[in-house]
Ligand binder design. Sequence first.
Ligand SMILES: Cc1cc2nc3c(=O)[nH]c(=O)nc-3n(C[C@H](O)[C@H](O)[C@H](O)COP(=O)(O)OP(=O)(O)OC[C@H]3O[C@@H](n4cnc5c(N)ncnc54)[C@H](O)[C@@H]3O)c2cc1C
Length: 447
Amino acid sequence: MSSGHSPPVVVLGAGWAGLTAALTLARAGRPVHLIEAARTAGGRARSLNLDATELDNGQHVLVGACRATLAQMNALGVNTETGFHTLPFGLRMFTPGQAESPPAFRLEPRSPRLPALAAALYRALPQSRFRERLRALRGAAAMLHRPLRDDLPVRDWLHANHQPPALIHALWDPLCLAVMNTPPRHASARIFQHVLRLALNHGPQAARLLLPARPLGTLFPEPALQELRARGARIDLGHRVTALESRADDPTASFRLHGRAGDPLPARGLILATTPAAAARLLPASRPWRPTQRGLQAMGARSICTVYLRYPHPLHEVAPLQGLLDQHGQWLIPRHLTGAPHWLAVVISAADDLQALTAPVRWRTVAHSLAETFPQLGTPEAGHTVCERRATVDARTGLDGQRPSPRTPWRGCILAGDYLTHALPSTLEAAVQSGLESAHLFLEDHP
Ligand SMILES: Cc1cc2nc3c(=O)[nH]c(=O)nc-3n(C[C@H](O)[C@H](O)[C@H](O)COP(=O)(O)OP(=O)(O)OC[C@H]3O[C@@H](n4cnc5c(N)ncnc54)[C@H](O)[C@@H]3O)c2cc1C
């Protein structure tokens, strides 16, 4: 299908939200023009090349409950059974100086259902007295099953539900950071509870942890571009749009997009699938736009740093996902899972307040702290630090009430992006759900 004479719907931003919106519109028979500032598609979830090895900009862990994301991949012909390394829900947390001993904390229920979870939690608290264990179990059950009316910080919610300090330290704090990328003293308990309930209240399939078994680009962005091309969509990578103009006087082309070079591009409709900060810069600030602008500017951002370490020997024996307590970073993910056996990734969530270190000092510090916990790893021969300053929205208390609406004062201009999906933190699932919603809203308004 070609765009013919009618101007296309422009999708601005080829992250997972924009790609999903573009695919949905192209599958509905609409002419699509996808424009992306970077030279590769994928946005905050993309492949990158380090020392001639294909790695990712960050470690992306999904759960089986990410239904929209998995469905999008399947629709592109990506086999999600082989595309991911699957683990049953569980956590193994290690502290420094433990040298080859069992994890300091382990939560590995036989199933995510309440009785098995309760038994695993009970076993995980060997130091506590019987009454404390019982109170913690009843509190955890309430956290999973009693909907929260008012939002509050995760830390306060944990205290209100009698979670003992040992459990907060070894389980809830790391889980909250992993899910929300926001420290528990600020993070929204409602959003955290929603994610826990989605993952843990729907059986073993929903609770599975899915680690990419291939570089991220091959799981969605590249096959998405392939299908879009096959459907006749125009794709411009490496093209930053710097200004938008609405053309109420022209009934065929409602918008014009300006870049640094070339003529303005006409658009019949516009899906603005950028980050909230980029959308705020591109959209007007006049009175009718104030609610949209207020929402966009309220989103805030939190960073994630990934430290990649390259060892002289292959590391096939390193388990897929291990938690790090009291260390420089929270998760260790070996990259033999994606065919890079000499590489390990250490994830540092909510990295905003990290002590300022140069990239080489950072990876050496991480390698040193890792060697105290896992001396068998030896010394890496090289390392890299990849920091994403705006990795996720700040998932703080009250966030849901501040999100902008995807519809804007310009009819035919719709927002898309992970920050718009209610009750979810910034995730691929939130991005894909929002991409679907933006395309459906557009099709509803322009049947
Ligand atoms: C290190 C890291 C780890 C993460 N871990 C996980 C995880 O474990 N699980 C999970 O589900 N999620 C994780 N996430 C979050 C997930 O990656 C994001 O929620 C998701 O990728 C956001 O997609 P998006 O399409 O909404 O936005 P983006 O990916 O930000 O896409 C927006 C796109 O718009 C483009 N753009 C902006 N301005 C312009 C312009 N003016 N002109 C043209 N193009 C423009 C940008 O270049 C970008 O490609 C992680 C993110 C990071 C960074």
